[in-house]
Structure formats: C-alpha cells, structure tokens
Design a protein around this ligand. Sequence first.
Ligand SMILES: [Zn+2]
Length: 490
Amino acid sequence: MKKLLPFLLALSLLAVSCQFPSPSPAPTPLPTTDPSQPFERSLFREGLIEESRPILEKLQGASEYRLEFEIAADLLNVTGREIIHYTNNEDMPLDEVQLRLFPNLLGGRMQVTNLVADGKAVTPVLTLNDSLMSIPLPTPLEPGQHVTLGMDFSLTVPDTVELNYGVLAYAEGVLTLAHSYPMAAVYDDEGWNAEIPPQSGDLTYADISFFDVTVTAPKDLTLVAVGREMGRQVEGEQQIVRYAAGPVRDFYLVVSDDFESISREIGETTVNFYAPADLQSGAEAGLETAIRALEDFNARYGTYPYTELDLVTTPTLALGIEYPGMIAITERIMDPKHDYLESVVAHEVGHQWFYNLVGNDQLDDPWLDESLTQFITLQYFEDEYGSNGYQGYRASLTQRWQRVDNKPIPVGLPVADYNGAEYSAIVYGRGALFFEALRKEMGIEVFDAFLREYTETYAWDIATPQGLKSLAEARCGCDLTPLFDEWIDP
Ligand SMILES: [Zn+2]
C-alpha cells in the first residue's frame, strides 16, 4: 500500500464482450487432514514453482493455520473456526502467545469464543482496542516446542469503504476480507511486537506461515483467495472451497457476484485478473503490466515463487494493496488510459518481493517495503521505456518530496512519526530517491548485485535496516554511514 485516492474518477463504462467467463469446475471432494497433526508440506507443492519447492522442507517453525470461514448470504457476517500450531522460535520460554484481531481496528467486529490451548480452556486478555488477544499458556512454551490453539470466531464486516481504505468491507457488491482471522503477532527483539497501526500506513507485521483454508459461501459467487484452490464441492445453495497457501504472510479473500477473469502464463506462473465486465479493458492493460513487471523483477530479484498471482478489482480507497500472491487494485483506476494504472500495478507486483518474500516491520521500518518498492518501480519504468520512462516516473517521486518542500526528514522513521503528508512525501518520494543515491554511490553493477543478495539473504524472513546497510557495505567495501546519516537515520 498505499495512498488515498484524492479524487474519484468518472469512469467511462466500456462495453466488453464476455470473452473469458470464469470456469465452473466440477465438484471435487475436499482432501481431509487431521487437525491435531502438523501439516503435510506436500499440500503446498502445487502452489510453488519447482525451484521454490525446497523451501517446504525448511521453515519448520512457521505457524500453521487451519481456517474455516462461513460467509452468510448477506455477505456482512462471517463465522469461523481456527486452529494454529504455533512454534516458539525464540531462545527463551514464552508464557503467552499474542494474536491480532485486526477487524476490531477496521470498523468491523471480531469476537473469539471457545479458546483452548493444547485442549485446555484458557481466558484471553484483550487490549489495544480489542485488537490484541494475549493468550496465557497453561505451561510455558519451551524453545522449539509448539502449542495448538483452537477457537471459534465471529466477524461483522463494515458496509462502507470509508474506514482504513476499505480493506475490510462489503461495498459495491464486493466483499474484501483482509486480516480476517486471529493472526499471530511477531515476537522479535522488542518482544511481542504489537501496536495500534497509524491510519496512514500498512497494518500488519507478520512471519511467514502456512494456511489450509475452507470457505463456505453462496454458490453463485466468485471467490478469489491467496493460495491455490485444492478442491471444491456444491451442497444445496452453498459452495465449499478449500485453499492451500504457503509460505505466505497473510490470507486474503475477495468475493463478488460480478467478476470475469482473464489469464496469462509466465513461466510456471498463471496470472489472473478478476474484474467486472465493464472494467475488462482496464483488466487487459493491468494484466499486460503485471506480466511485464514479473519479467523484470524475475530477472532482477529471482523468480516469483508461486504458480499463481491473482489481481482483483475492489472499491478500496487505496490505489492498490499488496497481499501474498494477490493484489487488490481500486476500481477507480481501471481504465487503460488512467495515469496511475501502470505504476500502481507495477508497484504492487514489486511488493511480492519486498513485503511478502522479504518481510519487514511495516510499521517501524516502512521504507524497507514502500521506499524500496517505489525504487524498483522506477527501475521497471527505466527497463521498459529507457531514460524517458525513468525521468517520467522519477518526476512523480520528486513531486511527492516537494509536497513537504524537500525537507530532509529522515526516511527511516516509523509510520507513526510522520504526519499524513510527510509519510507519503518521505517514504514514497524521498525514500525511493535514497535508493537512487545509494545506487550512484555503489555503482550500478555492485548495487544490482547487492539488491539481489539482499533478496536472497532475507527471503521468507524479516529484513532489518541494519541488515540492509551491512550487506550493502560488504558488497561495496565502503562506509555508507554518511549516506545513511544524510537520508535514513534520524
Ligand atoms: Zn506499496
């Protein structure tokens, strides 16, 4: 993410013939798994390209979620059930596990009942406006051990996109379920790292995890979700669809009765764009950009790891929002001639490397995902269109910084330390120009090798500012402290 769309574009409604109807697969029995057992990692093989599959044998301490969502016919009420295998990856015992209930910050209402830890009923403590659920463990969890948490939950979805860009909403016929399950907080050098996110930035900070998700919803709706569809069946008026997603940092689901999809292949990956019929020309342009951006970033940062990437239009007030293997694009820019469509799609595709593959604390270090993604979007325009493309997109970055009169506000602050105008100007404008300055300092060849090494080093992990600086200095054999003092550090 993300910036607030400052205006509503009047869309010309283009008639497009229905060339690409969604297939309606034959009912397929759902595989079964024993919820008391850790996942069979083979469940996730089909979702990964071949060269990424060895990661399934690693990441043994990753959280494993079994989720069931039942979506009511009104699309405003969801009930669910969750089982998490949570492993203590620290070197000290943990006496609690903390889960985030983000819908309680998004204008929705999430309530958890019947909570058990290793089969024993436990009473959680809710704080941070009911968005943080601390679960005391019956016995401390030793390093390397896992606890199985089980719970039921209910969710009421807001019927407006006015709150938090509408990441969680049922509006204009589209249900967007973002962060809509109790989600493990990250334990890092700060301990359990949880806060109330400022309105302007991203919400989540999450470790790589695995998800086995079953969704029950009215049968005539199109479901688009993170991960790979593993089976479906129809019972009466309901469809039951199962997804396997992982390794990923989050699960996201979009539901609409008005989607058509178009698809293209790149390597082992199928890229789908879901949009209403009247936005199909935008979808075709967006799909073309997504393919070109994947080609560019695949070559630069290693091949996109999943066999599927889904782009989907939503009524969100952000321009675009990234999820693992999934991208939401606001309906309001879905016109091939819209100035923002190409840059937003390229930016969100870039987040598949810098947010999902390489994670970071999006609240404390937003420059590691947003500034870097803005910079690789600049690279995309250079790679696609040469110096004209480079200068054109670069002008949008300098214009952003000019909105705060080019003040040298540090790029490396937490989201909460910027006001709204500064956040956009510094993290999305000046921050990208920092990477340009870093490239100049290191030389293009050394810089390109460094950024690829950074991606490989922190793949499926959490990067830090210090880690980025150290890798860059090791590559160039130079002292980058003066440059970081000038641009990044307060
Ligand atoms: Zn972004």
